[in-house]
Design a protein around this ligand. Sequence first.
Ligand code: AMP
Ligand code: MG
Length: 260
Amino acid sequence: MRVHGKLDLNHHDPGETFGWDKDEAKAQLTDEVAELNELQMMLFAEHKRSVLVVLQAMDAGGKDGVLREVLVGLNPAGVKVTPFGVPTEDELAHDFLWRIHKHTPADGEIGVFNRSHYEDVLVVRVKKLAPPDVWRKRYGHIRNFEQTLVDEGTAVVKLYLNISNEEQRERLQDRVDSPDERWKFRLGDLDDRKLWPDYMKAFRDALVRTSTPTAPWYVVPADRKWVRNLAVARILKHTIATLDPKLPPAEPGIEGMKVV
Ligand code: AMP
Ligand code: MG
């Protein structure tokens, strides 16, 4: 699942189950989220390092589902979710990282980007919102930007939720058919869907060019929500565990004290 070197998205099955059993996986998710919660508490208490989780996917790929079903168990005081939509006029008047950098997590925090600076080499490339000589240079800028974060104490982990074209069709159709979900559907989603092969190419290049040992990309099979959720929980747990956060020492003289 972790991307290094070459990547052929055709070889990553969006319906992969890793041989997991659905009911067991759901039960395990509860355990994983509890462990994640414990690690987050340590990270928060330590207040020295942070974690940045980047979520990218095609429409209906499950970014919101991950927030709702995996990150829900964490202490909201330590989690900062930032969605990145179409840039404002002011944002467009600056370099592409300007609006991103101010939302990176502070010490002790887990920052989650719902879409991110990667849109600037995905939608921007596919829809030709900037010329190739501009977006091509961005892969290098992204690598350097993320390395800066890593060097200054942020663990960076990037998740591509990999859904199939057919699964996207079904989910978009469900949004159209269900009055409760219709608000999520935009006619523009169909334009993006028509450009599917171009997006796959753009994702492939983005993942290959920016997956590094310290800021890796993971391709998460996402056609089955229960697989996606457990895979994401495990990757996040592994990422925080690698930091090995420690509770800060108590002030001297507190141990054994009676509070009156
Ligand atoms: P949603 O995540 O469904 O609310 O949609 C957000 C929209 O913003 C998507 O259609 C993205 O492609 C678009 N978007 C996000 N970042 C950029 C960007 N840097 N340039 C152009 N469009 C963007
Ligand atoms: Mg959308």
